[in-house]
Design a protein around this ligand. Structure first.
Ligand code: PHE
Length: 351
């Protein structure tokens, strides 16, 4: 072949191969391309073999051209192979994309029951005042629930606290006051103490907007030498201010409990109207929140204390009543119906 003809043939092969290379867009077709243009049966190989039969000058010229075409095709092949592999990885990554911006599945977080929450708030106030917390049992003996609290069998005061009897001697406690004696027996005799006792109590009452046959109480007991009525008043006033605000004040009214002497009912300024008079306080400006008094000497003695040296005060409050006042809950039964529409309104923001 003439040198001109060689040139044309080689350029034609080059163009054809490069065009075919552009169309080879995956590794399999690229491999087929490589075999076709560089394999043993390729045109380039066949032409290389012919070089041996040429005279030196022609061999040099054609050889150079062959090499030039081979180099162009080789580097084109390498470039295309890289591109095809990069493309495959891009496709794979796109297919495996995980959309991390999708909103997660929300979990329903529980909330504290308004009664529990109120008990915890009351506990926090008394813990800050140096009280400790004790707990008793809901099944009590007649002895602790009544007799040691100065309420003998057949005492008319038992009528106010009729309850569920398990046996003649075992009953569901009607108040947390039996824990007064149990705590004194545990810590005493003749040791000072400041304790509160939250717990559930029972009475044989008809359920209505303000009564429940099962409800919560928090008992308070302070015993020491020289504990006086003014200590009772100061402690409960500090409590009322801590729970309802510094503007709060309290009022004591004479009352009767067999286990305290003297006994009082403690009122706070009406939370609804601040004392001007409204439906909640029945226009009195005051709301009763607890019963209290100086611990009766008989109770101190029943617990083994020397009632001539030691004195104390006790109080008992209903946290449900406090919760109802604080949150404007009109019916105590709402606290026992487990209606989520009601309960989730007391969602505490967790920090
Ligand atoms: N235990 C009384 C009641 O349930 C309340 C009370 C407690 C009164 C302590 C005085 C002292 O009604």
């Amino acid at each position: 072949m003439h040198q001109e003809a060689w040139n044309e043939e080689l350029q034609a092969l080059r163009e054809e191969a490069l065009e075919s290379l552009r169309l080879s867009v995956d590794e399999a077709s690229l491999e087929a391309w490589r075999v076709r243009y560089f394999g043993k049966k390729s045109q380039l190989t066949a032409w290389s073999r012919q070089l041996g039969g040429m005279d030196p000058e022609e061999r040099r010229a054609v050889g150079q051209q062959l090499n030039a075409v081979r180099e162009v095709l080789e580097s084109g092949y390498k470039g295309q192979l890289e591109e095809v592999r990069a493309q495959a990885i891009r496709h794979q990554l796109a297919a495996e994309t995980l959309d991390v911006t999708l909103p997660g599945r929300a979990r329903r977080v529980g909330t504290l029951h308004p009664t529990t929450r109120t008990i915890e708030e009351i506990e926090a106030v008394f813990l800050a005042l140096g009280f400790t917390i004790a707990e008793g049992m809901e099944v009590e003996t007649d002895e602790y629930n009544f007799e040691m609290l100065n309420v003998p069998k057949d005492h008319p005061a038992r009528d106010m606290q009729d309850t569920f009897y398990l046996t003649d001697e075992l009953l569901l406690r009607t108040h947390t006051s039996p824990m007064q004696v149990r705590v004194m027996k545990q810590i005493g005799p003749n040791q000072p103490l400041k304790v509160i006792v939250p717990g559930r109590v029972y009475r044989r009452d008809e359920d209505d907007a303000t009564h429940s046959h099962a409800f919560a109480q928090i008992e308070g007991l302070v015993v020491g030498e020289g504990v006086r009525m003014s200590d009772l008043k100061g402690t409960l006033e500090a409590f009322a201010k801590a729970l309802f605000g510094q503007q709060q004040s309290i009022r004591l009214r004479p009352s009767f409990f067999p286990f305290t002497e003297p006994s009082v009912e403690v009122d706070v300024r009406c939370i609804q109207c601040q004392g001007t008079g409204c439906r909640v306080c029945k226009d009195t400006g005051w709301i009763e929140i607890l019963g209290a008094g100086m611990v009766h000497p008989h109770v101190l003695e029943a617990a083994g204390y020397d009632a001539r040296r030691f004195s104390g005060f006790a109080f008992g409050m209903g946290p449900e009543r406090v919760a109802m006042l604080k949150y404007g809950i009109p019916d105590i039964r709402l606290l026992y119906q487990n209606d989520l529409r009601f309960l989730t309104q007391f969602r505490r923001v967790l920090s």
